[in-house]
Ligand binder design. Structure first.
Ligand SMILES: Cc1ncc(COP(=O)(O)O)c(C=O)c1O
Length: 402
């Protein structure tokens, strides 16, 4: 057993915690806090597990989730394709040698200039969910392939998206016919069950809805070339979530049973599931105070420079936490409110979390499952820098390396 594994077994770390990022291994990393330590071998393993669990479905990693160069490089080297929300993301991919023709542009509302630039770069597939966007696409990317985003039930996800995006089924059919009329290629259908989706039945219902749309369009003489299952595949924080196996046990039969035909491309856009559990946020304690009888810890990372999702979901979920204190597992723990470094109180991340009573200035807090929507959300509010990405584990080989 490696030292890191022994560490982990002995300490009984909460949730999933990569063996390579146990407390002892983290203490040995020579980097200034805050930093996000990522185990690239976990990213690679998650990708391999995902593609094996849902065979025949091509992965388009949603890079908005974490666009650190090593994460993108690792996934590209393994053969992943990518989904982008903006032309800025597309530029990053092109810099590392990804062919724009392999990329999906799944933001349903795009700036005209982004459509033009993406099209020039060779990207040819664009999502949409409205008539306005169709006309924009017809004007700026004539002849492009378009896939309609269906509104589906995302009520069991932690981050629902269906108020902002998605066409109702009857609208989607009419929109795809309009796409044909305006000279676009009615290419596919997509949906998003919401990020960190908690029920497997959400995928079955969404696939059923996509299947009904495919059948209706077949009556209109439109045969779709792509079904894109979107993202939403959950990651483990502290609470249990449906496993990849359980999701696959729902998705695979649904694809067999609920589609009128199998489109040539089945796609998925996982983000969080591939990267969240691969990384640990490492922060230092800047201050410890008692305010109105409450224990407060002030860290050099907060909601604004990395942990935004804690603010979006106050008290709805828990990140696995550990500290650098050698007595972490030996001393009594007290409830703490854990806040960030800024002068704003809404950068507070955790309320009532139990941490060692001995924790003090200079100690480090390790926030597990922090690989998703952390770096990519981080601002420099109040002049506090975003966490630096630090990678451990197998280095990626670039795709073009012989
Ligand atoms: C269009 C689209 N695809 C994929 C994703 C990735 O979602 P997740 O990280 O939950 O897998 C998102 C996230 O919001 C998205 O907007």
């Amino acid at each position: 057993m490696t030292a890191a594994l022994a560490d982990q077994a002995r300490l009984d770390l909460p949730g999933h915690w990569p063996a390579a990022l146990g407390p002892r291994a983290l203490a040995e990393l020579d980097a200034a806090t805050p930093f996000l330590a990522t185990d690239l071998s976990t990213v690679a393993a998650r990708y391999a597990a995902f593609t094996a669990a849902i065979p025949g479905v091509s992965t388009f990693y949603a890079m908005k989730c974490n666009s650190a160069a090593d994460v993108l490089g690792t996934l590209a080297a393994l053969g992943s394709s990518f989904e982008v929300a903006s032309v800025g993301e597309l530029r990053i991919l092109r810099e590392i040698g990804v062919d724009a023709a392999e990329v999906l542009f799944s933001n349903p509302i795009k700036p005209p200039a982004a459509i033009v630039e993406a099209r020039r770069a060779g990207l040819w597939r664009f999502s949409f969910d409205s008539e306005g966007e169709l006309h924009k696409l017809a004007q700026h990317a004539p002849g492009a392939a378009v896939y309609v985003r269906l509104r589906v039930d995302d009520s069991t996800s932690l981050f629902p998206l269906s108020r902002k995006f998605g066409a109702e089924a009857h609208e989607a059919r009419a929109l795809m016919l309009l796409a044909r009329e305006v000279g676009l290629r009615p290419y596919g259908v997509t949906f998003h069950v919401g990020s960190q989706c908690a029920t497997t039945s959400a995928w079955r219902q969404a696939i059923a809805a996509a299947g009904r749309l495919m059948a209706a369009l077949a009556e209109d003489g439109v045969r779709l070339e792509m079904l894109d299952l979107g993202g939403g595949f959950p990651a483990r924080y502290v609470e249990r979530v449906p496993s990849l196996g359980q999701i696959a046990d729902t998705v695979n039969p649904a694809l067999d049973e609920l589609l009128p035909y199998r489109p040539p491309l089945l796609a998925a856009e996982p983000g969080r599931h591939l990267v969240a559990e691969s990384a640990v946020m490492v922060a230092s304690v800047l201050g410890r105070e008692v305010r109105a009888g409450e224990n407060w810890l002030y860290l050099d990372v907060g909601a604004y420079n990395g942990m935004m999702e804690t603010q979006q979901t106050v008290q709805q979920w828990r990140f696995p936490l550990w500290t650098s204190r050698p007595d972490h597992a030996l001393v009594p723990h007290l409830p703490f409110t854990v806040t960030g470094p800024s002068c704003d109180s809404s950068d507070t991340m955790f309320y009532g979390v139990n941490l060692p009573s001995t924790i003090d200035v200079g100690d480090r807090l390790y926030i597990g499952s922090a690989g998703a929507y952390t770096l990519s959300y981080a601002s420099s509010f109040n002049g506090f820098p975003p966490p630096e990405p630090v990678s451990v584990g197998a280095p990626h080989a670039r795709r073009d390396t012989p």
